[in-house]
Design a protein around this ligand. Structure first.
Ligand SMILES: [Ca+2]
Ligand SMILES: [Ca+2]
Length: 305
């Protein structure tokens, strides 16, 4: 059944302009799982009220590695819904105009929708370009597999939007801090050392933003990180991710080489761009008695946990 309705009944309510400047990572509060951001605790945000007396906040976050606008709604400005990534990029030094609107959608375009209620939509424009972004709330909140992660987010995280547990470890994608890696069993000493060094480094990381860990082999490693999401990708996967999204997500690598002495040389590197990396070399030995590594550094031996 196709009916024609008025295309736009009620549009655009407020026109606040918000200029973000500067770059750098920010700490975004979370629940310790690295999944929940709390707008009430964010110092830098805008709040817009819609015609239905609901408040919408917009704030920037690099939780997924790229500086983007996130949004959440509230009725009292204290308790907010789970924030969602809009996919709208923050470009340093640019001004933004963000509008929240209500409009009646044309049922020729969206026949399955409940068109008795006006649909909410967001529109954001960058002042120096003619291109704007418009997102329907139904698109923003679409979670096809009900795993707690929106389809927009699954696109960034390379999880499967129609499979609620991409890595099949019984943790739904939206609650899995390593959504692409399942198990920690059957690792070689080289893989264990790789895992130890990367876990150490990612827990020293100053932000909870997304981190990519380059796998040492075809065996995906699940990392324990105190907060934030880790994507385990093969070297080819890292290249493909960069080709798709560009630099913006830190990539941690560690190459482990067995030495003739029975020890292992570990070469850690942290890439933020092709010509901007930081790293170190260390020598380790696997201690069978304690099932842990010994670190040889500055003429001393350290037992690592
Ligand atoms: Ca989902
Ligand atoms: Ca999972």
């Amino acid at each position: 059944m196709m009916m024609k309705m008025n295309r736009l009944l009620l549009i655009v309510l407020f026109f606040p302009i918000w200029a973000f400047t500067g770059t750098g990572m920010e700490q975004v509060p979370d629940d310790g799982m690295g999944n929940i951001l709390n707008p009430a605790e964010l110092p830098e945000k805008i709040i817009i009220r819609d015609a239905g007396q609901r408040y919408w906040t917009f704030f920037r976050s690099s939780f997924y590695g790229f500086d983007e606008f996130w949004t959440a709604y509230s009725t009292d400005k204290e308790n907010w819904s789970r924030p969602l990534c809009t996919g709208i990029p923050v470009l340093p030094g640019k001004s933004y105009q963000i509008r929240v609107g209500l409009h009646q959608i044309d049922i020729d375009w969206f026949p399955p929708f409940d068109f008795s209620a006006p649909q909410q939509y967001f529109r954001a424009a960058i002042d120096t370009t003619v291109d704007g972004y418009t997102i329907l709330k139904s698109t923003l909140y679409k979670d096809s597999d009900s795993d707690g992660l929106s389809d927009l987010s699954e696109d960034v995280l390379w999880t499967q939007p129609f499979n609620m547990d991409t890595d099949d470890d019984s943790l739904a994608d939206g609650y899995d801090t390593n959504p692409l890696a399942a198990h920690n069993i059957g690792f070689t000493v080289e893989e264990k050392l790789h895992q130890y060094i990367l876990e150490f480094e990612m827990n020293e990381f100053p932000s909870n933003q997304l981190i990519i860990a380059e796998q040492p082999s075809e065996h995906p490693i699940e990392y324990k990180r105190k907060k934030g999401i880790v994507l385990s990708l093969s070297p080819q996967g890292c290249d493909a991710y960069l080709a798709a999204h560009g630099y913006g997500v830190p990539i941690l690598t560690c190459n482990v080489t067995p030495l003739e002495s029975g020890r292992y040389q570990a070469f850690f590197q942290f890439f933020i761009s092709p010509d901007d990396a930081w790293g170190y070399d260390s020598i380790f030995e696997w201690d069978v008695m304690t099932q842990s590594f010994l670190l040889f550094q500055s003429g001393k031996v350290w037992q690592v946990p």
